[in-house]
Design a protein around this ligand. Sequence first.
Ligand code: F6P
Length: 537
Amino acid sequence: ELAPLATELRGRLRDLEDEYRRSQGPEAEWTAERLRALLRTQLSGDQVIVVSNREPYIHERGEGGIVVKRPASGLVTAVEPVMRACSGTWIAHGSGSADQAVVDARDRVAVPPGHEDYWLRRVWLTPEEEQGYYYGFANEGMWPLCHVAHVRPVFRESDWEAYRAVNQRFADAVVAEARSDDPVVLVQDYHFALLPAMVREKLPQATILTFWHIPWPNPESFGICPWRREILQGMLGSTILGFHTRYHCKNFLETVDRYLEARIEHEHSTIAFRDKETLVESYPISIAWPDAGHAGWQPVADCRRHVVERLGLPAQACIAVGVDRFDYTKGILERLNAVERLLEKHPEMVGRFVFVQVAAPTRGALDEYKSFQQRVEQTAGRINQRFGKPDYQPVHLLARHHEPDAVNELFRAADICVVTSLHDGMNLVCKEFVAARDDLAGVLVLSRFAGAAREMPEALIVNPYHVEETADALHRAATMPAAEQRERMASLRSTVREFNVYRWAGRMLADAGRWRLRARIEARVRRFQADETAPHA
Ligand code: F6P
């Protein structure tokens, strides 16, 4: 009875040894290929299903026909290369005006266009559902609740009902897409706190990995949510629950400890709740490295020339850039105040220092976002009025969507990249900037409240609430000698290269593989014991 089990164990041990050898040798680097190999060996090619709200490709109707857009989303930036490596199915909200026009009878379209590495399965929401679930509970409730960026969360009963109903719709889509009773389901983010338990109910054998892309607050802050218990119970349907940092894991364990009757094993970072165990682990998210498109990058000098010409900047400008969704958690106002203070303190910078802010429109239907965007526009206008000249504008606010190539050009043209989030799970903009600088030039100014600050100490780390400190960091960045820039950038690049998104996914999936193996062994041993104790005929 146990012979097949022994064979399987021997096979798995061989795989683990191979994996260990690779991790010690020159192949220590994580690549798409290594991730594929891991899927083949540790998950024996099992089906991978991703669930997220935001879709990786949006089909929009334009003047010249249908165009495909890539959304401004850290989640999409990270999960897309993983999905390309794994194939499988990605389930997401179909939000584009031409999305329905391009799907097949099962609401699916193969993406990326021209490559067709995996399926995108779209779920349609009514405007009411989108209002309650996405704008309401997810973005007026959970988003400010978890970020603690001094914006008051709003909790409405009707939003909660919509959130629950939409989580159920997506859970049903997962079940419908599953080809076996134990797929690997990768649940993304705060839009789907209830979905893991809903999937678990229908597919008890599924391996559910939930990754929370935003911070997790302390128990007191989380405790104001009227449905705190339901949210925690929903999340504990996961096999593995991932956060960016240990600190967020600790907050989550303490929150469960405070509000649920569960057994927590701090040593193993597991939570046992209603006969089910969840591993709570930190997996710092990252970007693809090497970037598949880097061979086509324009030389840095050309990028700079294009940006200078396009924006009408002084030829010798010191260019600082910020690239964010237009969101109050990103510290855009704070960084504008720091730019203003820099120009006050260092008049020699006036006429030379230029700050370019790309602000991708986001959640514009919400009052909090509308008023934030107005305040940013007013502040940028004030600075331009104070320090601008006929041929010089210190702040360029580009409040429109930029495709990844345009962002990359800006990164390569810049002398400084400014990331001043008031609170951020990780933040991938800083990693993208570093990846773009193969010339080893440029300085990163980074908020201490972004998860990335823990991995990137060679950046100039600032407290964005402290205007003076941030202005001084901008000045230091603008005057940093090239040799120091090179040294810092080389070190940052080796960190991002090593801790890339394939490692993020690989670690999670390897943990999932071990978990599945353990579950299978336990099930077989239980069967064997049951046979042994059964009365023989
Ligand atoms: O930060 C978490 C995250 O899911 C990001 O991936 C993404 O940028 C954002 O939140 C969601 O933005 P949106 O509401 O536009 O999808």
